[in-house]
Design a binder for this molecule. Structure first.
Ligand code: TRP
Ligand code: ZN
Length: 891
């Protein structure tokens, strides 16, 4: 059933378990033969059932041979359809031998085994293993895998699979074989293989208990100079997990392979991670500071999965956030410890607000633990990943770090080697801390972003401060009304002179349990459980200014009575760096949104002078770390601003934001120039350090604003930086604003950049993306031209995201052109990709997700394209599910 819906409520245990599987892959140019020998037995946890059938999943397979306990089976002995192979009356214990033929070179969906750069690799999560052989392809079946790869020795000298290499040898006709054995039972989605001619970079790591682990990174030969940073990140992550969570690596070898064509970021296959090369390859000349940060966090993310995902895995795919939310939380904490927790929080919250909040407010909204899906690939979402991470973070906040750690320790010991549920994790947290998280669980089952509406009252006679918090959550598809959430709200109060007011505990007010180091003193954690509650603070001698939701203690929207002046005050004085940033961001947001409304009538002429002043002050605030300055001075993106405007008007948002940038640029020319010069490229070699990245970031922020004037001397400075840059961050820091502001030199610069980098696919992604995000009326034409460029390739997901994805999601002005041509372009690409790579097609579709939020003309044009897609033939499950949800009536 192509469009069947699977439900959490319908989960049943597997009738048969697999103990062992021995796989042999015979790799030939035209096809691959897969031989699988499995030993199965009826699940002892179920009452014996003589009638239970054995159903194996399988898709797009050619069945060549099948034997049961050594006896060949004819077609009368089994039932075969396009999704499965069923044995109606199997014995209780059995051995099956299955031979299938697959065609990796025809696999454009990049799921199962496929060819990449003349080699082979696999991607099995979530349900790709069934495209390799018939198997009960579900995560609650854990088996021991032994894998043999056979291939031509010259073309494929490297043959890899999970676990330890136990045998190698030569065969006739220049062929060779390698056998791998994975001692840890694992679900099929963690299986992997790689075959190719790759360079190997080696390193080693000694665990805290003294074991030596061999680290191996495989890249294409020409990228041999771009692997060390990823290996260093891996070692940092291994150390961090030992120190922070007491988790040690368990095999003698850890391998990472970087490949060009990959649907997602990376995959945590046991002992053999496979990565999209953009999250591995880096040297200063080709990778930017943000590339380095991404590599560090994705390498750590996949490593952390070894415990949260592999050793303890998911019972079923409704539990996806059990591994993903938890592992994102872990990688965020790791990155935060490396640079600064506050900086990391700003980045993570920015991402949550631009990706997850809109998802939660649109037609594909779903709980962190979904209860139904058609295509599981559509649920690798920002909700499952990023909101899921926020929920784990809230548990740490509510339980306090020591309690949370005890809960994690219990989880690791109790469930090691099992396939479990989100509820099992929460129960460990409850038992380790004697806490009741019943109400907290609603975060996992209710979708939608709650809004907190804040009111306050200062009573000077009694010297009390009353803070009233009301919560509400809008209806989402399938969930018309919600129960109140349990929400941790971290709060501080500031005196008029900017100092923190010591908070005297009133009954219902708890101290922040062992406040993380990044939270300032005098922060209290309020625990909101009702729809509306009032919290009382005693002995407050003057009317305070409240700082609410410090460190973003819950993934909610805030409505406060703060005035612009109070926001500027918090921007200057809040000792919580996150809320200090937040005050500036929210003020900018309010200002731009008001300007946008004005632009719909007549262009405004002025900008709040205090805002300009505060901006200039921050720019040169010596007490503020450079990276924090960059974060504070980065205006909210057009995409974010659009999500805050109802109905959304992309032209007005663009004009308003540009007006703010232009005004800041004019008023702060001197300060910007001074800062730009003060942050001149650091002498000495490039390094990915907080000091250097902060310096480059601030310099480029200044340059971007200065270039708005397009004045000769500033363009000259940018050109100089571009041509003299010894690293990609500086080169792009000059190129991007020159192109985006439409300076006359832009064509020559883009041509130079192309000449320099046309052979490097990852750098070419940048070249495509810069052009696709230019706010210029001709941008779509340019994108269509680039689409036919020889360096573009629709089969490479990175290219699709660099050109089409960047245009649709990071260039709202042009994508939402009222002609509707951007929408037409996107719909046509989705239909093309639907046949080639449904996962990528479905991901692009999310650009239509919030179509109902736009003004009527655009809304109507998007609806037309969605309906066109809906009525097309041969829609994949991926595209069908999302299109249908988009068109379903709003809740
Ligand atoms: N588990 C991977 C992660 O680390 C996600 C992933 C990689 C994936 N490749 C995929 C999910 C393909 C679905 C399909 O987050
Ligand atoms: Zn993951």
């Amino acid at each position: 059933m192509l469009h069947a819906i699977k439900r959490l409520a319908e989960y049943t245990q597997p009738p048969f378990l697999v103990d062992n599987i021995q796989l042999t892959f015979d790799l030939n140019p035209e096809f691959t033969l897969v031989h699988s020998q499995l030993t199965l037995r009826q699940n002892p946890a179920l009452p014996p059932d003589p009638l239970s059938e054995l159903r194996l999943d399988g898709r797009q397979l050619e069945l060549i041979a099948l034997t049961l306990n050594g006896q060949p089976l004819g077609p009368e002995a089994y039932i075969l359809d396009s999704e499965s192979l069923t044995l109606p009356h199997p014995p209780k214990i059995l051995t099956l031998e299955i031979t299938t033929r697959i065609k990796p070179h025809e696999n454009t969906a990049l799921e199962g085994v496929y060819q990449v750069n003349g080699g082979y690799c696999s991607q099995c999560e979530a349900e790709g293993f069934r495209k390799i052989t018939y198997y009960p392809d579900r995560p609650d079946i854990l088996a021991r895998f032994t894998t043999t790869l056979i291939a031509d020795h010259t073309q494929f000298p490297i043959l890899l699979s999970n676990g330890n290499c136990i045998q190698t040898g030569s065969l006739a006709n220049n062929r060779h074989f390698v056998t791998w054995e994975d001692p840890f039972p694992k679900p099929s989605y963690l299986f992997a293989l790689v075959a190719g001619d790759l360079a190997r970079i080696q390193d080693r790591f000694q665990t805290q208990s003294g074991r030596l682990v061999q680290l191996e990174l495989f890249v294409e030969h020409e990228n041999i100079d771009k692997g060390q940073f990823a290996l260093d990140s891996l070692k940092q992550a291994m150390r961090w997990d030992e120190e922070r969570f007491g988790r040690e690596y368990d095999l003698d070898i850890y391998m990472i392979v970087a490949i060009q064509d990959f649907n997602m970021g990376a995959m945590e296959n046991k002992g053999l991670n496979i990565f999209n090369s953009k999250y591995i390859l880096a040297n200063p000349k080709t990778a930017t500071d943000s590339d380095y940060a991404n590599i560090q966090s994705v390498v750590a993310h996949e490593y952390f999965h070894n415990w949260t995902g592999n050793r303890i895995t998911c019972r079923d795919w409704f539990q996806l956030s059990l591994k993903e939310g938890l592992t994102v939380f872990r990688d965020q904490e790791f990155s935060g410890d490396f640079f600064s927790p506050a900086l990391q929080r700003m980045k993570d919250v920015r991402q949550l607000r631009t990706q997850q909040f809109p998802e939660d407010a649109g037609p594909t909204a779903h709980p962190v633990q979904p209860d139904a899906y058609m295509e599981i690939n559509n649920f690798y979402t920002s909700t499952v990943y990023n909101k899921g991470a926020e929920l784990v973070r809230m548990m740490q906040t509510v339980l306090g770090y020591p309690g949370f750690r005890r809960g994690m320790d219990l989880y690791f010991t109790r469930h090691d080697g099992q396939a479990v549920t989100v509820d099992d994790l929460i129960r460990c947290m409850e038992e380790a801390t004697s806490t009741d998280l019943k109400q907290f669980r609603l975060w996992y089952s209710q979708s939608g972003t709650p809004t907190l509406t804040i009111e306050w009252l200062y009573n000077s006679a009694q010297q009390t401060f009353e803070l009233t918090i009301a919560q509400s959550c809008p209806p989402t598809p399938d969930q018309p009304s919600k129960k109140p959430f349990h929400i941790p709200v971290a709060v501080g109060l500031l005196a008029q002179d900017g100092s923190s007011i010591p908070l005297t505990l009133a009954e219902s007010t708890l101290a922040y349990p062992s406040a993380p180091a990044e939270l300032p003193p005098h922060t209290r954690l309020l625990q909101l459980r009702q729809e509306k509650e009032t919290f009382y603070f005693k002995n407050i001698k003057e009317p305070p200014i409240p700082s609410i939701l410090r460190h973003f203690s819950a993934p909610v929207k805030l409505q406060t009575p703060l005035t612009d002046d109070e926001r500027i005050f918090l921007w200057k004085h809040d000792p919580d760096p996150f809320n200090r940033w937040e005050a500036g961001q929210e003020l900018s947001t309010q200002i731009i949104l008001q300007l946008a409304l004005a632009f719909q009538k007549e262009p405004p002429r002025t900008l709040n002078a205090d805002f300009i002043h505060a901006f200039g002050k921050t720019l040169q605030d010596p007490t503020l770390d450079l990276s924090l300055r960059v974060q504070t001075l980065t205006l909210p993106s057009e995409k974010f601003l659009l999500s805050r405007m109802d109905p959304a008007d992309p032209l007005a948002i663009h004009q308003a934001r540009q007006f703010v940038q232009k005004t800041l640029s004019e008023h702060l020319q001197q300060e910007l120039m001074q800062t730009f010069l003060a942050c001149s490229p650091s002498p000495g070699p490039f390094a990915f350090t907080p000091q250097q990245t902060g310096r480059r970031g601030l310099r480029h922020l200044c340059l971007e604003l200065l270039l708005i004037s397009k004045k000769d001397p500033i363009r000259k400075l940018a050109l100089e930086q571009f041509y003299q840059a010894n690293n990609m961050t500086d080169q792009l820091g000059a190129l991007v604003p020159m192109v985006h502001t439409g300076c006359v030199e832009k064509e020559a610069m883009l041509a130079t950049f192309f000449d320099l980098w046309h052979f490097d696919p990852l750098v070419m992604d940048k070249w495509f993306a810069i052009q696709a995000t230019t706010p210029d009326p001709n941008c779509l034409q340019q994108v269509q031209k680039l689409y036919h460029h020889p360096n573009f390739n629709l089969r490479n997901p990175n290219k699709v995201y660099a050109l089409i994805g960047a245009f649709c999601s990071n260039n709202p002005l042009c994508f939402h052109d009222p002609s509707g041509e951007g929408y037409l372009f996107l719909a046509d690409q989705i239909l093309l990709l639907n046949g080639l790579n449904p996962q990528v097609a479905a991901r692009l579709l999310t650009n239509f997700g919030n179509w109902r939020k736009f003004e009527p003309i655009r809304k109507n044009l998007m609806q037309i394209q969605l309906e066109k897609i809906m009525h097309s033939h041969n829609l994949s499950r991926d595209v069908f599910e999302i299109t249908k949800k988009c068109l379903d009536p709003a809740p």
